[in-house]
Design a protein around this ligand. Structure first.
Ligand SMILES: Cc1cc2nc3c(=O)[nH]c(=O)nc-3n(C[C@H](O)[C@H](O)[C@H](O)COP(=O)(O)OP(=O)(O)OC[C@H]3O[C@@H](n4cnc5c(N)ncnc54)[C@H](O)[C@@H]3O)c2cc1C
Length: 384
């Protein structure tokens, strides 16, 4: 493994930086003020083939994770909200169609999805089932040529913006094992009987978080995504990939906070010298850059294992656990280093600690990551 950047990774990272600087950052203050995710964001990344997939001739091919991590890291430095919205479109929505879609579904959804012209949300969580992702209760009852869907989903990103919602539902009898009772479906966002309500939240500002209420929603049988009874396993496959993405978002917030704090500390004077010249502060920078370096290596390791086609879920969990927990400390420290300016809402650094908290919870809380790591200790140890 070469720990430096390959030419492709460097060129992707530079292109990401250019797109953000030239096409996103100038519009961002207006979007931030409105606390929304504009469709334009997806059209911009879609036109650059940065929504998780590119094209090689007629074929749609995934962007390697060693490149994707740069997109989420750079975007999250500007805005975690735009970062998570992009991630949901690219690596939950598009990815679900890429991995599980039929030929017809790929044509209908994936093609426009990677161009940012058709927007998706992914809904598994419910009021009574989050970390315990297989414990969902929303039901899809088979009725001839369709399913009748009833129940609730909660805390779903972009659900009120999405043209189509990918969701999981119980299709098997209660006698069946919990993990095998779940299937995955697609429904248009504006379908009859579906109510979408945006929640007020803090963190990942600009992204929309919603509840979904299904009341006798009719879903045609051809809208089953993947195999009947495999919905839980398909969700876990998406979440394993997703943990690399959310680690990169958490890392981006921490790096952004560090850079802001550093820029400030070398200029701001207190007690006759710059903050950075106070030894105790200097050492905090050393400690935090060590955390950042370690965190980035863990993300690269998970991305490398994923791109190599090996079992990477434990590395994704290591990266998520470390980067979200350490990220919380670094973002908070960054704000404190800025003093009062750090808590002024106009100052984007004030968003970072909030972004850290939500990235700790989304795509699996720390305890869930520890569970995955503990189940794979021998494998991690054996490879050291
Ligand atoms: C901003 C945001 C965006 C989200 N977007 C989406 C989305 O697009 N789609 C989607 O489906 N979901 C989404 N989620 C939901 C997210 O996946 C869940 O919030 C997460 O899985 C945790 O579930 P929960 O909130 O029900 O918490 P719970 O499962 O109730 O857990 C609460 C806490 O209990 C502890 N805990 C949980 N399990 C264990 C255990 N085994 N041992 C010890 N302690 C434990 C953890 O500290 C955890 O934080 C989003 C959440 C947020 C905050």
């Amino acid at each position: 493994m070469d720990l430096g950047l390959s030419n492709e990774e460097r060129s992707f990272r530079d292109r990401v930086r250019r797109v953000i600087e030239e096409r996103i950052a100038p519009r961002f203050p207006e979007w931030r003020e409105k606390d929304t995710t504009p469709r334009e964001l997806f059209e911009i990344f879609g036109s650059e083939m940065m929504l998780g997939f590119g094209r090689e001739g007629d074929a749609i091919v995934p962007v390697p994770w060693l490149q994707n991590i740069h997109l989420y890291r750079e975007l999250s430095k500007l805005s975690g909200g735009l970062g998570i919205a992009t991630f949901v479109q690219a690596n939950l929505g598009n990815e679900a169609f890429y991995l599980f879609g039929s030929k017809e579904q790929k044509k209908e959804y994936l093609g426009p999805g990677i161009e940012g012209k058709r927007l998706f949300a992914f809904a598994n969580t419910e009021p009574s089932a989050g970390s315990d992702a297989s414990a969902i209760k929303l039901t899809a009852e088979e009725k001839g040529d369709h399913y009748l869907v009833n129940g609730m989903k909660a805390y779903i990103t972009s659900a009120d913006l999405a043209d189509d919602i990918i969701f999981t539902a119980v299709t098997g009898p209660t006698s069946e094992k919990q993990h095998r009772r779940v299937s995955m479906f697609i429904t248009p966002g504006d379908t009859e009987g579906l109510t979408r309500t945006r929640l007020k939240k803090y963190g990942w500002k600009g992204s929309h978080l919603c509840t979904l209420n299904f009341e006798d929603v009719i879903v045609p049988k051809e809208n089953l995504l993947g195999q009947k009874g495999r919905g839980f396993y398909q969700t876990m496959e998406l979440f394993n990939n997703g943990r690399i993405g959310v680690s990169s978002l958490a890392f981006g917030a921490a790096l952004g906070a560090f850079e802001h704090a550093y820029g400030h500390a070398v200029k701001r004077k207190a007690f006759g010298r710059t903050l950075f010249e106070h030894e105790s502060k200097t050492y905090e920078f050393s400690e935090n850059i060590a955390r950042l370096q370690a965190g980035w290596l863990l993300i690269q390791k998970a991305a490398y294992e994923a791109d190599s086609g090996r079992d990477f879920k434990h590395y994704a969990s290591l990266a998520k656990l470390f980067n979200t927990e350490e990220g919380m400390k670094i973002t908070l420290w960054g704000v404190i280093t800025m003093g009062a300016r750090g808590v002024i809402v106009q100052n984007p650094i004030s968003d970072y600690p909030h972004d850290s908290i939500v990235s700790l919870i989304g795509e699996g809380a720390p305890e869930v990551q520890k569970k995955v790591i503990a189940q794979n200790l021998d494998s991690i140890l054996g490879a050291l």
